[in-house]
Design a protein around this ligand. Sequence first.
Ligand SMILES: Nc1ncnc2c1ncn2[C@@H]1O[C@H](COP(=O)(O)OP(=O)(O)OP(=O)(O)O)[C@@H](O)[C@H]1O
Ligand SMILES: [Mg+2]
Length: 431
Amino acid sequence: MADENLRLRAALRDLVALSTLPAGWIGVEPRPIAAGLADILTGSLDFDFAFVRLLNPAGGVTIDVTSGCATSEFFDWLQAQLSTLDESLREQLIVDDIDDRLKPLRGIIIPIGFKGYAGLVAVGCERSEFPTDTDRMLLTVAANHAATAFRGANLVHERREAEEEVRKARDQLEMKVIERTSELQRTMNELTHLNRVATAGVLSASITHEISQPLAGILMAASSAQRWLALREPNIEEAQGSLDQIERAGHRAGEIITALRGMFKRDTQAREAIDLNELIFTVLAILRYELQSNHVEIRTELDESIPNVDVDRVQLQQVVLNLVMNAIEAMKSVSNRILIIKSAARKPNIVYVSVEDTGTGVDPFNCDDIFKPMFTTKERGMGIGLSICQSIIESHDGRIWATRGTDKGSIFQFELSTNVGQGDQVRQHRA
Ligand SMILES: Nc1ncnc2c1ncn2[C@@H]1O[C@H](COP(=O)(O)OP(=O)(O)OP(=O)(O)O)[C@@H](O)[C@H]1O
Ligand SMILES: [Mg+2]
């Protein structure tokens, strides 16, 4: 009875020792679980030798851990057992007296895992009555705790792997988005440049006229200056007047060339505080001949008080130029051709520009498409003008849209936010 009591107490003590295992194994990797199990079997539970094997769920041996001492005979026996074991190991294998003259060890092998086979635990013990029911019960409890912890570890591992996969996929996606964005940016830059060169091609008659006109003026003024100076009494005053004309014509040609040069530049992206009214006048100067030869009447309603905007000058010129070119083209088939350009300060920090024509108007059927790249209703159009305008305005954090004209035709409008502080400084500087 006393013996029975002692055994019961020992079993209870061992069960308590085992019950502390799960708490210590939360979030722990498989190897420390295997090592912890082997240690408690030889330490707290007083077995002489423990071997723990945990299998990789994907197949193959992952972790082998031993604790305590065993003879080479025991190892040979264990090795032989392991080589014959397979996943069908469900039952405990009990092996008696593994032969060694000095220390006879008895062994037992127990599977770890409830449903699937997660590994095994092999224990060696010198006691002649080993394994008792209590031994088997304790080993089964320990193996079950290990199975639960191992499953938890695998779940953590799987979650980490899944997180890693998600992270990799996200990184790859981000890289793709960056690549695609810069690819699109490159294409847009190419198209923007192409649009400028194409417009310059269309305007070649205007350009030739704009430069040859001041040149002809220069030649005429130069010959009259020569005549005034060749007189017996040279008329210095008249000659001076002719020289002034030469200077003015030279400046005009120079301004046109400077404005045009920007159109051939590949990349610009230099932002500066710009007076949009001045920019509109420059574009109208470039298009003067085009407007005149198409008999377009120009009306401007420019608000003198609009603040400067921080923009890329060449790009904004391109926007206004595209809108005016579209207006000219839309009025080719009508007789009453009026172009109205307005600028205004709207709300705080918003500058607004509109280009209105009395042309054919946008076909309501096409309203949703006109800003799309490659959409054109013109025989020789590329269909990129408005999409480039939109891309430029949006890259300046602005907005561009189209509405029907007051009477007929259409109104294309854009708005940009202003950099009031900088604009004022520039304005004061100019004054
Ligand atoms: N002021 C306008 N009045 C009527 N329709 C217009 C006007 N501006 C643009 N559109 C319509 O929008 C379409 C797209 O214009 P967009 O400037 O993008 O291309 P495009 O003028 O056809 O060719 P390009 O690339 O040479 O400018 C035009 O083909 C035309 O149908
Ligand atoms: Mg166009």
